[in-house]
Every structure is written in structure tokens, then in C-alpha cells.
Design a binder for this molecule. Structure first.
Ligand SMILES: N[C@H](CCC[C@H](N)C(=O)O)C(=O)O
Length: 277
């Protein structure tokens, strides 16, 4: 089977985007893994599928698959690239695009210079909905790791996040060692994205994310949202924050519980291609 795709990235978090409206084909997990494979395929952190909506309120359905082939609920950097992709391919001329995802509806607003603003919806703190095996929601939790403990915030942005504040330079964190220990911690039954943030001021953080199903990525949109929400709940941050990630900067705003998290950032098209699956 020949499949047309577009390679894109949002602040270095890279994607293979496939229009399944114009091309009718069924992708199995092994096809997703091949698309994402950086040697035997195209190579990306996530594969994004563009489909016709099931919900009449939505313009499109947006499905997200990690490089390991697993389908996930949300991808913030991918949502921005999704908006650019559907307009570049003339699937819509709208600048405000409503999209159906596995974790609910999100709204994409196309801004200038290929930047896109995403209403990511409200964060969820109930442990059972993250999911995180604790009985009570708390501002922070002590996670037992290798005989020690890590203080984390835990919340869902549609997908699960654990965020730890480091006092030192975030570049000094041994993410290759700590990341998988958090990602696969038994108290996160669907695994978790592990964020490590360094607070520079009440309006700027450095962040690195070891993503569930991928490993460390150059940027994580939902991870940036989760880190800012955690920082605001701990009174370390005010309501609009610049998030410096290894691959670029995102702007994240949140006005408090029950309110949506608004994330704005860049999109880039790298190349278009056809792959034989
Ligand atoms: N690895 C994430 C999905 C992609 C999230 C990230 N790329 C973003 O921009 O939000 C998960 O398993 O929940």
C-alpha cells in the first residue's frame, strides 16, 4: 500500500501527518510503528491521523498514536500542526477549527506566522481520572522511586502527566534514568508522561519531558500545560507563562480551576512524501 504523508513539527516534537479523508486506508499498529521508525520508516514522535468527524459539532476527528503504536488521548503540539495541515491541504478555510479527540473536543485558532492557539480544555485533578492510584486529590504527592521519593504534581490534560520541580539546571537531570522510572511507575496504570521543570521566574520555566510511549522529546505541548498548571496551583507561577523546551518556546495560560488551558506555539512543515507500507 502506498501512503501519502506530511512530515511536520511543533517546537521540535515531530509528526507524520496522514490525511485519511482523501486517502482511504486502515493503519494497523505495526504500520504506525513503521511510519514512526527513524530507520525503517519516516521517523517521528507521534503519527497524527486526519479523519472525518463522528460528532456533527466537529470539523474533523484527530487521532494520535505514539511511536510505540499505542493510541493516546491528546497531543498539544500535534494539534497546532493539525490546524496548519488541514488548511494547507484545503480541507478547510476556517481559522477557528473544532476537533474531536479521544479526550473530547478542542478548539484550534490559527494565528499569524504559522502560529496556532489551542484551547486544551480544563485540567483534571481527580486521581481516578488521570489515572493515578491515590484516593484523594492533592496539590502534590510523594512518589516512591528506587528507595527514595520524588515530589510530583499529577493531573490529566486528556492524557496523564506527572511533573517534578527541580532546583538545579533542568539540563542536569538524568532523564534517561529517571524518565522511565516515572513513566512506568505502577501507580500510573496507563503509564504517564514525566515532566521536569525549573522555575526561572513567576512567568518563565525550563521544561524537559520524558513522554509516555516515546522517551524524551524536544517539546511536549500537554506536558507544558501540565507543568504550568502545577506551578500555578503551587503559587510558583502567575497565569501566563513562557515554557522553554529543548526544541523551542510555548506560551501557556490558565486562569484557575475549571478554566481551559490555552497553549500557543509554532508549526513547521518539513517535507511531503509517499511511503510503501
Ligand atoms: N506521549 C503523549 C502523547 C503526545 C503528547 C505530546 N507530544 C504533546 O505535544 O502533547 C502520551 O502518551 O500521552
Amino acid at each position: 500500500m502506498l501512503l501519502k504523508f506530511t512530515k511536520m513539527h511543533g517546537a521540535g516534537n515531530d509528526f507524520v501527518v496522514v490525511d485519511l479523508i482523501s486517502q482511504r486506508c486502515k493503519l494497523r499498529p505495526r504500520d504506525i510503528r513503521k511510519l514512526a521508525d527513524r530507520r525503517f520508516g519516516v521517523g517521528c514522535d507521534q503519527v497524527l491521523l486526519v479523519e472525518a468527524p463522528g460528532n456533527p459539532e466537529a470539523d474533523f476527528r484527530y487521532r494520535i498514536f505514539n511511536a510505540d503504536g499505542g493510541e493516546v488521548e491528546q497531543c498539544g503540539n500535534g494539534a497546532r500542526c493539525f490546524a496548519r495541515f488541514v488548511r494547507d491541504r484545503r480541507l478547510t478555510s476556517k481559522r477557528v477549527i473544532t476537533v474531536e479527540t479521544a479526550s473530547g473536543m478542542i478548539v484550534l485558532r490559527v494565528r499569524d506566522n504559522h502560529r496556532v492557539e489551542v484551547d486544551m480544555g480544563a485540567p483534571v485533578f481527580e486521581p481516578g481520572k488521570i489515572p493515578f492510584e491515590r484516593t484523594e486529590a492533592a496539590q502534590s504527592y510523594s512518589l516512591e522511586i528506587e528507595g527514595g521519593s520524588l515530589e510530583i504534581g499529577a493531573l490529566s490534560m486528556g492524557n496523564p502527566h506527572a511533573v517534578h520541580r527541580v532546583e538545579e539546571d533542568v539540563q542536569a537531570v538524568d532523564l534517561a534514568h529517571l524518565g522511565p522510572l516515572v513513566e512506568n511507575h505502577p501507580e500510573f496504570p496507563q503509564r504517564v508522561n514525566a515532566g521536569f521543570m525549573q522555575v526561572l521566574s513567576d512567568s518563565e520555566i525550563n521544561l524537559r519531558v520524558y513522554e509516555r510511549g516515546v522517551g524524551e522529546t524536544l517539546a511536549c505541548g500537554t506536558g507544558a500545560c501540565a507543568a504550568v498548571v502545577y506551578g500555578i496551583t503551587r503559587n510558583w507561577l502567575q497565569d501566563t507563562v513562557t515554557v522553554n523546551l529543548p526544541g523551542g518556546k510555548l506560551s501557556v495560560s490558565w486562569q484557575g480551576p475549571g478554566q481551559p488551558v490555552i497553549m500557543t506555539g509554532p508549526t513547521a512543515v518539513v517535507f511531503e512524501g509517499t511511503i510503501r507500507l
